[in-house]
Structures are given as C-alpha cells and as structure tokens.
Write a protein that binds this ligand. Structure first.
Ligand code: SER
Length: 666
C-alpha cells in the first residue's frame, strides 16, 4: 500500500464531524433523551426494504405504540443508504450513504418542544445565524380532511420573535416568490412524510403525517438562482437552484392510513425528526457543497493526487456565483467542450467516486459485500461505477485498496467497528475491483471481435445484454463504445433483451425452488434440516451479516452459500461444526407452523428471499419453546427432531463469488 500524505489543514473555527454529531446527541440528551447507537443499514426483519434509508425505519414499531426499552425520548445518528439515489449523485448535496440525525417522541412531547429544541440546537449549539433559516409547513388538504398546520406556524413565529425576527407566513410562494416571508406553506408533495411518500401512495396501516422543514439560505446576494439553469423560474425555498438547502425535517407522525383511504389519528402523537448530518456540517462551515466537508475532503484529496486532476471548489462566501449548485444537466453533456463544462464534469466524477466508495466501505462494515444478489448487488454497483468514473478522470491504475484506509480513517473514532474491519473491507472491495478489471478486459476483447468481422457486426441491445450477462460488462460502457463507433444502442433495446432472457429462465427454473431439494428421500430431508442448523450456527459464530445466498442438496452432501467476506479459519469451521453437532445431540424438536407473513416476521423468523413468499407462509422452528435456535420461512420437508440427522462434518470450504462463501457438509 502506498502512503499518501493527505493532511488537510482546518482552521480553529472549522467544525469537525465528530464534534457536530456529539453536539446534537448531547443537545437532546439535555432534554431528557436517551442516546442509542445507529442500527445496521441492513434492516432486521423488515421485508419491505433492503436498506435502512431513514432514521425512523428502525423505530417503526415504537411509532406504532410498542414500548421502546429506553423510554419515550430517543436520539441517535443513523447510518442510511438510499439505493434509489445511486444515479442521482453528482450535485452538491445528494449522497447514497448519509447519516441522519434523529430524535423521537413516542407519544411524549409534540410540536412546541420539537421546534423549539431544534431551533436552539441550530442557533445556539451549532451557532447558525437565525436570519439564514427558513421554514416550510403543510398547507392542508380538504380531501384528506387534514387542515393547514397553523399550530406550527404560530410556534415558529414565537420562536423567531425571541431572536428579534418577525416571521411572515406566505402561501403559494412557488408561484409568487419569497415576498420577504420566513414561513412557507406547501402541499403534501413537499410537507408530508411517510415511508411510502405522499398520502395516496401509502398502504393501509402505514403511519405518516405533515412535516415542517428547515432550510438554510446561502444568500440572495450570491446570485445563485440567477446563475443557475432555473433562472427563468420563480425562486422559492424548494426551488432546485441551490440557494436554499434543506437541513432538517420535523415530522408530526400522528396519522395512520385506513383501508378506506381515509386518515385516523394514531393512538399516540409522535415526533420523528430527521436532520442531514452532512448538510448541517457543510452550512456550519459556510460551504454549499457537502463534498467539501471533512467527511469527504480526504477522499477528494486522494483522488486529486492519483488522477492529477483538480476538484473545482465552490466557496459560498466568495460571492462568485460558483455555487456547486445542481449540475446534473452538465453531466448530461449539455456543456461538453467548454472549459467550465470540463471542470464541472470532472467535479461530477469526483463526487460520484467519493460518494460511492464511502458508501461501499460503510455497507461492507455492516456486512454487505459486493455480490450479484440483494444488498450485495448495490455494493457491487457502487464499486463498479466508481471504477468507471475513475477512468473518466484518468485513473487507470487499481486504487481501491489505497482508498479504503482513507475512508476508514474518517470514521475511525465515531464508528470503531469500521476500523476493526479495515483489512476485511479492503480485501473484499479490492477483489471486486480486480474482478471488474478482468470483466472489462474480456468484454472489450469480445467487442473487438464484432468489429473485426467482415462486414463488422453493428452493436445492438442483444449484444450489449450478452456481454452484460456473461461477463457483467456494464451496458453504459457498451453504449459508450458503440457511440464512439457512430452506432447507437438504446436502453430500451437492452431492457428488451434482458426481459426476453428473464422470461426464458423463469420457465426453465420454475421447479427449482423447492428448497434446493432434488428429491425428498430421507437423507436429503436430514440435510435440509442441517441447512437450517448450519445457517443458525454461522450467524451465531460469525455474525448477523451472514445470510443464506443459496443451497443445493443431493443424497451425498449439502452445499450452502452465504455472505461472508473471507475464508473461514480452521478454528471457525470446527466451532461451527461442533455447534451443529451439539444441537443434533440435544435432540431438539422441529416445529412447523402456518402463519400470516407479517406475524411470522414479527415472531423473529428470517426470510432472505422475502418477495418469493405468499401472504400465508410456513415457518420451521428448531428448539424448545422460546429458546429456539432457528426460525426460518421454508417450504420443508424437515425431520421431526434434530437427533434424526446424525453426526455431520464440514468437508470443504471455498469462495462462491466475491463476498460469498460456499460450504459442503456431509
Ligand atoms: N422520517 C423523516 C425523514 O426521513 C424524518 O426523520 O426525513
């Protein structure tokens, strides 16, 4: 590994990430909140989503009335990952991984305290100028029978009055402009929050409510709006020009959608607050670009060193109008060719790599390694997209192994487990990089063959798909190469080829899903139960990041694939094997139940291919009563008692793919 001196000088007034995080936690601790650690980004027993994408997700059951063991006031900083934002990254504020500062009232305090405390945190603890803070509230909607949030408006007016600001409320600023207002009303597309989005999209049972957001103003004098692509539209706080940045969202989680589409008050009125950690850090330091905070600067500096290119800095205090405002349009090529456009494109690439590699490291620390399934698929995309963007700024060498420690260092004191897993993370991500480098090489060779044919074969969707399917060669690359040769391949063509392929393979594999069983002879049934014991033993010994990735059973042996970044040591293999044999010797009963999917999940049953299961599911539990050691969704069949299995032995261990290990037992 090469050592890069990436020391960045921060002046004494610069606020560091750890400092801000602690300020927030302590600010709410002062108001009787209990600090809890971040949950994993892989939700436990939440089949609705692959990742934790907001601070409230792990708090769902408490918002619905369950008692939190730590009480009714909770505060944390939650690691979040939004996979849907992968292709959005590139502007001054969107990232796939982020930390969400969160505080909750589970039927405890409500609007008055929340708004006051958050304002105090921003203005007193962080020290933001109250004149730069702007507010939005829910306009109300007759159809939903939920009125205008005048209560929040009155509270905000009182709060601003304490700092000598008269806060005028304005409706329809999106049409009329700011009009010297401080508080602005918006409809449910902006000021309503639920996991599913707007009220219409919420399924019955889902909780949600109106919210009040806080924005930071980088200042009218900077001419940010006038210099943006939105200059011909009215500027208001939710305008995309980049003048205003949303930094916090106070959700009044007080309604639940009913089966008939109406909304009923929940038994308890909750507060769900989410604050953008990266964003507050940026505005505190008067920077309108999260990539210029201490959370990213070392990464950017590293990329500058190895690429020899410069990241175009924006300076909110300079008044030059170079704001780092959304530049997605530029990345699309509108500005290609001009010097500024080139620098913007480079900046976009820097941001994508910095975001994606940071996310890949943090996901790996939570047990998500690049693979072709579920969560792992996104980890793979992050690394591969980083490599593609690195090529665009002239980085042709392998760089991942050197970059990982730079990222780990940023989080080493706040998330010590990331530090502990450094080598593991480094190996897994570098392995993915190597693999992708080979993929690219193979794909390029194959593409050349098409060109060398006489006459040359025109590249099309089917070829692009074949390359993708056999080598994992990214569609966008085939598209780019085709473009260089004056040929065009549309995404639709590619998607069509993909769909054809999927339809065919679905027919072919329709009877493959019987728990990986080829027959149900006595021996295979024993192995099938042993699979559950193995899964439970691995999760117990190695950690909850272990997830079944597949299994295959014959009369001679069982094969089991699972997520884990590295080979098992001899000692680990023996411990896993001993644990299984111990459970077999304990003659544990195997119980089968038919349950509603939601009840099954609530009971703690694990299911890794959740979409495959109907509403009514079969759950197999191994163990005595509450002391069960394994509970899984499964179609069976299984033995009735673990003693029927007889001794087992792990006889082989190898890699199945990146981040996935394969064990053989007999
Ligand atoms: N759930 C809200 C959000 O994600 C606030 O925490 O914005």
């Amino acid at each position: 590994m090469i050592y890069y001196n990436l020391k960045i000088d921060y002046n004494s007034t610069y606020m560091k990430p750890d400092e801000l995080r602690n300020l927030y936690l302590n600010s709410f601790k002062k108001n009787s909140h209990q600090i809890v650690p971040s949950s994993s980004m892989v939700p436990e027993n939440d089949p609705t989503t692959l990742f934790t994408g907001s601070g409230m997700q792990p708090m769902m059951e408490y918002l619905l009335g369950a008692k939190h063991p730590k009480g009714t006031r909770i505060v944390d900083s939650q690691k979040c990952f939004r996979s849907q934002d992968i292709e959005e990254v590139g502007d001054n504020r969107h990232t796939t991984f982020f930390e969400m500062l969160g505080n909750w009232s589970f039927g405890d305090y409500f609007k008055e305290d929340q708004l006051k405390w958050f304002f105090e945190f921003l203005t007193k603890d962080v020290g933001l100028d109250p004149k730069k803070l702007f507010i939005t509230v829910f306009r109300g909607n007759d159809k939903l029978e939920i009125g205008k949030d005048v209560e929040s408006v009155e509270i905000w007016k009182k709060i601003f009055a304490t700092v000598g600001i008269e806060a005028k409320d304005i409706d329809f600023s999106e049409k009329t402009g700011l009009q010297n207002g401080r508080i602005f009303y918006y409809d449910e597309t902006k000021n309503w929050w639920s996991r599913a989005g707007i009220p219409d999209k919420m399924p019955a049972g889902e909780p949600g409510g109106p919210d009040s957001e806080v924005f930071y103003d980088f200042g009218a004098d900077k001419k940010i709006h006038e210099n943006s692509q939105f200059k011909d539209q009215v500027c208001h706080v939710n305008c995309d020009c980049g003048r205003f940045l949303e930094i916090g969202n106070n959700v009044f989680m007080q309604f639940q959608k009913q089966a008939d589409g109406s909304f009923k008050e929940l038994a308890q009125k909750n507060v769900d607050f989410g604050g953008g950690f990266e964003r507050i850090l940026a505005v505190k330091n008067n920077i309108d670009d999260v990539f210029q905070t201490a959370l990213f600067e070392p990464i950017i500096a590293f990329l500058e060193k190895i690429s020899g290119k410069k990241y175009l800095k924006s300076d909110a205090t300079s008044g030059t109008g170079k704001t780092g405002a959304p530049d997605r349009g530029l990345a699309g090529g509108a500005d290609r060719g001009s010097a500024q456009g080139g620098a913007e494109k480079t900046k976009h690439s820097f941001r994508v790599i910095a975001d994606h590699m940071r996310a890949a490291v943090m996901l790996a620390a939570d047990g998500v390694y690049p693979s072709n399934k579920e969560q792992g698929y996104f980890a793979r995309r992050l690394v591969r997209r980083s490599i593609r963007y690195a090529k665009m700024i002239g980085i042709d060498q392998l760089f991942v192994a050197d970059l990982v420690p730079v990222i780990v260092e940023i989080y080493s004191s706040s998330y010590p487990d990331v530090n502990k897993k450094l080598v593991q993370i480094q190996n897994a991500l570098a392995q993915e990089e190597n693999k992708f480098a080979k993929t690219i090489e193979k794909g390029l060779k194959e593409l050349e063959k098409y060109q060398e044919m006489t006459p040359p074969v025109a590249l099309d969707g089917a070829i692009a798909f074949r390359l993708y399917e056999t080598h994992g060669f990214p569609f966008e690359l085939t598209q780019e190469i085709a473009q260089e040769k004056g040929q065009k391949i549309s995404l639709e063509e590619f998607e069509k080829a993909k769909k054809n392929h999927a339809d065919k393979s679905r027919d072919a594999s329709s009877d493959k899903f019987k728990g990986g069983l080829q027959d149900s002879s006595v021996q295979t049934t024993k192995y099938h139960t042993a699979t559950h014991l193995l899964h439970a033993a691995l999760r117990k010994m190695l950690g909850k990041h272990v997830q079944q990735k597949g299994s295959n059973i014959t009369v001679d042996r069982l094969r089991f694939d699972f997520s884990h970044p590295e080979a098992l040591t001899q000692d680990e293999k023996i411990r896993v094997q001993d644990q299984i044999n111990e459970w077999i010797d304990a003659a544990l009963p195997v119980k089968v139940e038919h349950l509603k999917k939601s009840d099954a999940l609530e009971s703690g049953a694990i299911a890794f291919f959740i979409e495959k299961y109907p509403d009514e599911v079969t759950v197999y539990t191994i163990g005595n009563g509450d002391e069960w050691i394994s509970k899984e969704f499964c179609g069976g069949p299984h033995v009735k008692n673990t003693s029927e299995i007889g001794k087992i032995e792990i006889f082989k261990e190898k890699a199945a793919s990146a981040g996935v290990r394969r064990l053989y037992l007999k």
